[in-house]
Every structure is written in C-alpha cells, then in structure tokens.
Design a protein around this ligand. Sequence first.
Ligand code: 5GP
Length: 217
Amino acid sequence: MPTATEPAMRDATGHHRLSTDTDNGMLLIISGPSGVGKTTITRGVERSIADSVFSVSCTTRAKTPADVEGVDYHFVTDEEFERMKAQDAFLEHAGVYGKKYGTPREWVVEQLKRGRLVILEIDVQGAAQVKARIPDAFAIFILPPSEQELLHRLEARKREDGDLIRKRFAQAKAEIDAARAGSVYDRFIVNRDLPEAIREAVDEVLAARRRKSAGPR
Ligand code: 5GP
C-alpha cells in the first residue's frame, strides 16, 4: 500500500519501484557464505561510514542467545511474515536454510530519502531481487581465501555438529558458485585479514558513492 513517504509507482511486474533516482542515499548489499566473516565486515563498514545504517531484517528463524531483538533481527512468527508479504511490506524476501528472511521496505525507503547509506546483509537470492528493482544498489560478495579455509572456519566456530557443518559447507560452495555465475555482484572481496577486508569494502563503497553522485541524474 502506498504511504505518505512513497509515491505509488509500480514496475512492469507490478512491484513497487523505488524512486531512488531522486534520492541521495545508496543501498549497499553485502553477501557471502556463512563462516566467511560477513557480519563482522558489515558491522565494520557501518562503524567506518558516518551516515550508514544497518537494515534489520525480519526472520522466522529461532532467536539464539547471541541475537538481540531489533538489533540483529526482528524475530517474527510465520503468520506475521506471511501477513507482511501479502501487504508487499518487503523490499525482498527469501527462504534460507528452511527459514524465511525479508527486508522491511518502508524503513529502507525512508533512510534512502534521508540520504543515508543503507546496508543490507542478505543472501544471493535477495541480492538478485534488490538489484532487479534498484540497479544502482552496490553489491559486494565476501569470499573465503580458499574452500579449505572456509571449512576450517566453520569447524572452528563449534556452532554446529559434523553433519550440519558439511551441509553448511556444501551450501556455501553452491552460494559462491551462484554469485560468481550471476551478474548481481559489483565486487568480490577475499577475507584474508578482517581489518584489511573492512578497509577494502569501505574504499569500494566510498568510490561507488562518489561515482553515483557524479553520474547523470
Ligand atoms: P543467519 O540466520 O545465520 O543470521 O543468516 C542466514 C542467511 O540469511 C545469511 O546468508 C544472511 O545474509 C541471510 N539473510 C539475513 N537477512 C536476510 C534478509 O532480509 N533477506 C535475505 N534474502 N537474506 C537474509
């Protein structure tokens, strides 16, 4: 439903089209397989860029002791998620590891209108949806130094048992292949060293932002 902050514009598929052409803000997508250090890099970028904000997703997955409601995620029931989906309240949504994840659209639009850098930490399916709607979103994919190193990191987290680690590893490889095969990602950053990867991401984002503000309007 259109709101006061968003004109009712729809694209050919009937989806809401965002009026980002007239906004100063920019969307940053950060994706990568689990265990690659993606969350640390995302939070590092958020800390390094003054007017950046992290988009808190809705999810139906269970809250863990490490999660803070409203900071890491909005934890919702399946019914709530489906209701939001029916109301077209998500900019994108996807099923990941059998659970549902979605980016609240209105909040993102509002932040873009304020000229902010809005950071979405989302998976490959979600990134493709966002890029289709907002082509000038900047998308970064974080890679492990090697497959062997990724397996080591998944094992070192001691978060899952052997079976689940192998499953996550297979999913991670599939996600990397999908990211490489598609045209969604603007940059691939290899996380050999965390501070270096954060610096690289920040430099890329600032350069993309300069290009965007210098480009045709
Ligand atoms: P986790 O449950 O481990 O925090 O996240 C699992 C995966 O879901 C990660 O790859 C994360 O990037 C992705 N994810 C988190 N929020 C969203 C979202 O709003 N949309 C999509 N498409 N993926 C998300």
